[in-house]
Design a protein around this ligand. Structure first.
Ligand SMILES: Nc1ncnc2c1ncn2[C@@H]1O[C@H](COP(=O)(O)OP(=O)(O)OP(=O)(O)O)[C@@H](O)[C@H]1O
Ligand SMILES: [Mg+2]
Length: 282
């Protein structure tokens, strides 16, 4: 009997959006991916781990609705359901904002674990928007993850920092430390891809990036002015349907659920990358 009850419980998957280098598009991607999963009908929550900066609620367009936050819940000043904000566009989407002012040590390992365990009972996907860097805040954001989306720009400094993060995912996470579980499944999301700059030799090609990082490619998001415009009005870019960046995120999100979607750069099919995408897992 007990076993049956356990199997029936919907245990959500925790996905960290991380990068090492700052400003590469983590929060943009966390907002887009969570809205995309919710739009596909999955119950999804997106959590802001970037204590102090608190960008996610602005990009999600709910900053005026924040009453309690992640830190209040961890410190026992509010219940989780008081801090969760239901998205007004997608009823399968919730946001757990963070605090702007309190000190960064307010997030504790035990507190984070308790909140994630509670969220896992209710949501299919828990998306964690990591702060930049490879220190405590970023390590807390990745520690309990089942999967990781390593956001990378096609430039040397970003790729190098992503490589460091891949090292941490393989060593400093609960899955790595337990030794008994599968490792964290990491995939690269290449953002701010600019074919013109690649053609001029100013940026790395997708193939170059993948040769260095040697993990599967989740998607390619173009450099697009639509991203800033959408974030200024609090719309996750994926919901800005006609834009090129929205289309790229719409291709990317179903891959997280195991669907095979052709890899494209703009309208051009990238058969070679498609091979890399699926000829990979073992
Ligand atoms: N595909 C894109 N095209 C153009 N601009 C983009 C794209 N993705 C992100 N940006 C811009 O880059 C800046 C940084 O994005 P974002 O805040 O998502 O990065 P981040 O990795 O979360 O940063 P931080 O490390 O500070 O948390 C923002 O101004 C955003 O609008
Ligand atoms: Mg961010």
């Amino acid at each position: 009997m007990t076993t049956q009850i356990k199997e029936a419980a919907p245990l959500g998957k925790i996905i960290v959006i991380t990068s090492g280098k700052g400003g590469v598009g983590k929060t943009t991607s966390a907002a887009a991916i969570s809205a995309g999963l919710a739009k596909l009908g999955h119950k999804t929550v997106v959590i802001d781990f970037d204590v102090g900066l608190r960008n996610l609620d602005m990009i999600m367009g709910c900053e005026r609705r924040v009453v309690f936050d992640f830190i209040n819940v961890i410190q026992g000043d509010a219940k989780l359901r008081q801090a969760l904000i239901k998205d007004k566009r997608l009823d399968t989407l919730s946001i757990l904002p963070t605090s702007q002012t309190r000190d960064k040590d307010a997030l504790t390992m035990e507190g984070v674990e308790a909140v994630l365990e509670e969220l896992k009972q209710e949501f299919d996907y828990i998306i964690c928007d990591s702060p930049a860097g490879i220190e405590r805040g970023a390590q807390l954001a990745m520690y309990f993850a089942d999967e990781a989306v390593v956001v990378t720009n096609p430039e040397v400094s970003s790729v190098r920092d992503s490589d460091r993060v891949l090292g941490l995912l393989a060593s400093k996470t609960r899955r790595a430390e337990s030794g008994s579980e599968e490792p964290v499944k990491a995939q690269v999301l290449l953002t701010r891809h600019d074919q013109g700059r690649i053609d001029r030799g100013e940026m790395m090609t997708v193939e170059d990036v993948l040769d260095i990082l040697a993990v599967p490619l989740l998607g390619i998001i173009p450099e697009s002015q639509a991203v800033l415009r959408a974030s200024n009005v609090g719309t996750p870019i994926i919901l800005d349907e006609p834009s090129d960046a929205s289309r790229a995120y719409q291709d990317t999100v179903p891959r997280l659920t195991g669907e095979e979607v052709e890899m494209r750069i703009g309208n051009e099919r990238k058969a070679g990358l498609f091979q890399r995408l699926f000829g990979r897992s073992a």
